[in-house]
Write a protein that binds this ligand. Structure first.
Ligand code: UDP
Length: 255
């Protein structure tokens, strides 16, 4: 790891300079945080599972024409991605009431929404990622109106696809958070692409039959069985082939 230049270290991932210009290596850690860093912990094997789950979902999204930053998985904990300029927004898509929406508006968790809702949060840890409107986003120049149109259209396509993907394996996609970046080509043309990750860290996933939580809420709410839940998501998606639990727990970072 010391051979490569570390570009950025976040809560759950580290970014290293990639092998070619315009590429980055995204390394998935087992570290978990919640409530704006107030709760910290480790979920053994999480990085390995999120690397695979995010690879799987981004590849499938690519196949239906959603542009993403994903290039290929390199090893158990790393994937090669295209370097993008991250738009400082957390884009949340909701299908069912949960989390902050339930609290803020006094709604009951688990109630299906009349239609999917998109929310924007300004990515700023010091401020605790405050919710913002399209007006704030365009007025402060975080994204242009055209960018926002692209982001919302992509977010809804991603949601429709993922709802179906998870429904097919007996999981309800309650809500999720995604991030987008600007990708510039040789002619300096810019495209908005899906970036960051899609994993049980950033989605609420409930078992269709039992409503059991299969996501980071198990960590946030001290429900236990966090690793097992992430593994079960991977298993249902069919991406935990022969690897046994030991492989995942011991998953080497380098090869
Ligand atoms: N989320 C996330 N990172 C954040 C905040 C939220 O990945 O910093 C995800 C979260 O896992 C959930 C969705 O976004 O799937 C909506 O989260 P919510 O606004 O309900 O906030 P929370 O209850 O997680 O604080």
């Amino acid at each position: 790891m010391s051979r490569r230049r570390r570009i950025y270290e976040g809560k759950a991932k580290i970014l290293f300079e990639g092998p070619e210009p315009g590429t980055i290596v995204q390394y998935f850690k087992d570290d978990a945080t919640a409530f704006n860093n107030q709760k910290r912990g480790t979920i053994t094997g999480k990085g390995v599972l999120n690397n695979r789950i995010s690879e799987y979902i981004m590849t499938k999204l690519g196949e239906i024409g959603v542009p993403t930053h994903f290039v290929r998985r390199l090893n158990m904990r790393e994937q090669l991605i295209k370097q993008v300029e991250i738009i400082p927004l957390e884009v949340v898509v909701r299908n069912v009431v949960a989390g902050s929406l339930a609290q803020r508006l006094g709604l009951e968790e688990g109630t299906a929404l009349p239609r999917s809702i998109i929310e924007f949060y300004y990515k700023n840890d010091k401020l605790g990622d405050p919710m913002v409107s399209e007006e704030h986003i365009t007025a402060f120049g975080w994204a242009a109106t055209q960018d926002l149109d692209d982001i919302m259209a992509l977010a809804l396509r991603i949601n429709d696809f993922m709802v179906g993907l998870f429904l097919g394996v007996g999981i309800r996609l309650i809500d999720f958070k995604i991030e987008f970046g600007r990708l510039y080509d040789d002619q300096d043309m810019m495209r908005i692409v899906l970036a960051d990750e899609i994993s049980p860290d950033s989605c609420r996933l409930w078992d269709l039959k039992t409503n059991e939580k299969m996501d980071k809420d198990r960590f946030r709410r001290d429900l236990g069985g966090v690793e097992e839940a992430y593994q079960e998501v991977a298993r249902r998606l069919g991406i935990l082939p022969e690897a046994n639990v030991q492989d995942i727990k011991g998953g080497s970072s380098m090869h």
